[in-house]
Design a protein around this ligand. Structure first.
Ligand code: FNR
Length: 188
């Protein structure tokens, strides 16, 4: 069974993106293992910090380097990805020539209370992921509008249609991961 490294672009305790990630973890049980990796202990990106690399950065880069697959669950902030997530993307992409994201199979999903369900943030994130040389799942897109009670406190999806939709995402992602090999080569 493949292990998916999950990166949630929100550090909020009550994050709806974390809740969505947990619901998908539950739907994927037995098919994919999920490993949640924190990004809120990373300092703000600064090239100078490589001189004495912070432990959190070393640990995060090692997690990404070892990842078989990555699932990004992103909020949308001002029609793009949150700074927290952008910061994590930057750290693992550097220093020059040591981009840990290279060749990682990845999927991008996210949720907001609003109707667009992070569509614009996801579009930006797919672009960045491609630039970082990840291999990104194209379909199905998951623009998830959070509504009260749709995911309950035990991370069960309460609506049949929504659950089927998310199960279809899990199935497609699992098939994608069976087909796409992690490339070890570093970008030129
Ligand atoms: C938001 N929110 C938001 N929502 C949206 O659909 N499009 C957007 O552009 C924005 N912009 C935005 C900017 C900032 C600074 C904040 C704090 C929030 C609302 C956002 O979707 C909502 O707060 C979610 O609950 C954030 O996700 P988590 O933290 O619950 O996972």
């Amino acid at each position: 069974m493949k292990t998916v490294t999950v990166i949630v672009g929100s550090a909020r305790e009550g994050s709806i993106n974390l809740k969505l990630a947990r619901a998908i973890e539950k739907l994927a049980a037995g098919r994919l293992a999920f490993k949640f990796v924190a990004i809120d202990d990373l300092p703000m990106y600064n090239d100078d910090l490589w001189r004495d690399t912070p432990a959190a950065v070393t640990a995060f880069k090692a997690e990404i380097a070892a990842a078989e697959a990555v699932l990004f669950v992103t909020p949308e902030y001002n029609r793009t990805i949150p700074p927290l997530l952008n910061n994590a993307l930057a750290w693992a992409s550097k220093p020059y020539g040591q981009n840990a994201w290279v060749g990682k199979p990845a999927a991008v999903i996210g949720t907001t209370p609003g109707a667009i369900g992070t569509a614009i943030a996801q579009s930006h994130l797919r672009y960045i992921a491609t630039v970082l040389d990840m291999v990104v799942l194209g379909q199905p897109e998951v623009y998830f509008q959070t509504k009260p009670g749709l995911i309950d406190d035990t991370f069960d999806v309460t609506d049949d249609t929504t659950r089927s939709f998310l199960e279809a995402f899990v199935a497609k992602f699992a098939t994608f991961l069976d087909r796409v090999e992690v490339r070890e080569t570093q970008a030129a």
